[in-house]
Design a protein around this ligand. Structure first.
Ligand code: F6P
Length: 370
């Protein structure tokens, strides 16, 4: 991307929305430093769109983004519950949330703050939430974030590589204890409806079985694989299981439903079920571990810091070029951009029949439980 000064954003808002992930602070730093260096003021909006509803903001200066590049989380805070168009303002008698449309309130705050544009750092939920503001003439520039790597239109989102490394480290650790005790060990990883973390961490750690939402699994086949390994002298097995994986014809395992959240389903529990069934079917002692939010926390890897910095700078370049309502994405290892609304309400899932990593894993003997 090249810089041209034809557009005149002088004051921008910056928010981080949805579930946090490693690398958010690197984006905040890159956007702020780039903006300040080009004479643009940055208003940090606290806790994602919640801060826009409640008018909680603070000016970001050089000092406020100093020494945060390596920090996990987001110094601005985030929320994966606050969609202003359907904001929970109380409870109905039947226990469901009373929803109100706060879009006008947010528009008023955007005008009072004098924002020429909004930089929204988030996943599909955040891009969906940004849509009404684009429609009302606010220039929203999106930066793709999520450990799940499921944002439509981008081959890679920052946060994913760090989460994958964390999951790989955990799988490596589980492997040694599985070997010592001749057990089957199931590690449940995050990812919602996308199996990218399970696939990548499973291959990286040499997991024997990888279960992803995109390929329904058969418990008898999983048991067969484990028994076959035992017959060939391999007394332990490691199963990397995505939280969204499900048995053939079965449903995903839901851990909780939060009706105040735009995406109310929280998955969880499949790892425990798989470990129990494996033990029943093979008589091999089995255990499970749920990695959970460990994958979202901690220091971003070097690759994620670099990617987040590039994404932040690219967002500022789009603003300077006078582009409107675009989302920075990575396609074929290059940064480019798509319409921000193209990514709304969609998920990028593994295509098992054509995915090269699924093919490679199968060829080296990894089972997908199918
Ligand atoms: O989208 C990121 C993610 O960590 C998913 O992998 C997971 O299913 C979900 O968020 C968990 O959400 P919460 O932080 O609300 O428990």
């Amino acid at each position: 991307m090249t810089t041209s000064r034809k557009d005149a954003a002088r004051r921008i808002g910056l928010l981080t929305g949805g579930g946090d992930c490693p690398g958010l602070n690197a984006v905040i730093r890159a956007v702020t430093k780039d903006a300040l260096g080009n004479g643009i003021e940055v208003v940090g909006i606290e806790d994602g769109f919640l801060g826009l509803i409640e008018n909680r903001t603070r000016t970001l200066d050089a000092a406020s983004v100093s020494n945060i590049l390596h920090q996990g989380g987001t110094v601005l805070g985030s929320s994966n519950k606050a969609n202003p168009a359907k904001f929970a303002v109380g409870m109905n008698d039947d226990g469901t949330p009373k929803l109100a449309d706060m879009t006008d309130v947010c528009m008023k705050h955007i005008e009072e703050l004098g924002l020429d544009a909004l930089i929204v750092v988030g996943g599909d939920g955040t891009m969906t939430t940004a849509a009404p503001y684009c429609d009302r003439g606010v220039n929203c520039i999106g930066v793709p974030k999520t450990i799940d790597n499921d944002l439509w239109g981008s081959d890679l989102t920052f946060g994913f590589l760090t989460a994958t490394q964390t999951a790989t480290d955990a799988l490596d650790r589980v492997r040694t204890t599985a070997a010592s005790h001749h057990r089957a060990m199931v590690v449940e990883v995050m990812g919602r409806n996308a199996g990218w973390i399970a696939l990548q961490a499973g291959v990286a750690s040499g997991a024997d079985i990888i279960l992803v939402p995109e390929i329904e699994f058969d418990l008898d086949k999983i048991a067969e694989t484990i028994l076959h390994r035992r017959e060939h002298g391999k007394k332990f097995s490691v199963i990397c299981c995505s939280e969204g994986a499900r048995p053939v014809g079965g449903k995903q395992f839901i851990e909780r439903i939060d009706l105040t959240s735009p995406d109310p389903i929280r998955l969880g529990g499949v790892g425990k079920m798989v470990a129990g069934e494996v033990e029943k079917r093979t008589a091999i002692e089995s255990r499970y571990v749920v990695l959970g939010h460990v994958q979202r926390g901690g220091t971003p890897t070097a690759a994620d810091r670099v990617l987040a910095t590039r994404f932040g700078h690219a967002a500022m370049e789009l603003l300077r070029k006078g582009e409107r309502n675009r989302l920075v994405v990575m396609q074929d290892y290059k940064l480019t951009h798509i319409g921000i609304q193209e990514a709304a309400d969609k998920q990028r899932l593994i295509e098992p029949a054509t995915d090269p990593l699924v093919a490679a894993a199968r060829c080296i003997g990894t089972s997908f439980g199918d």
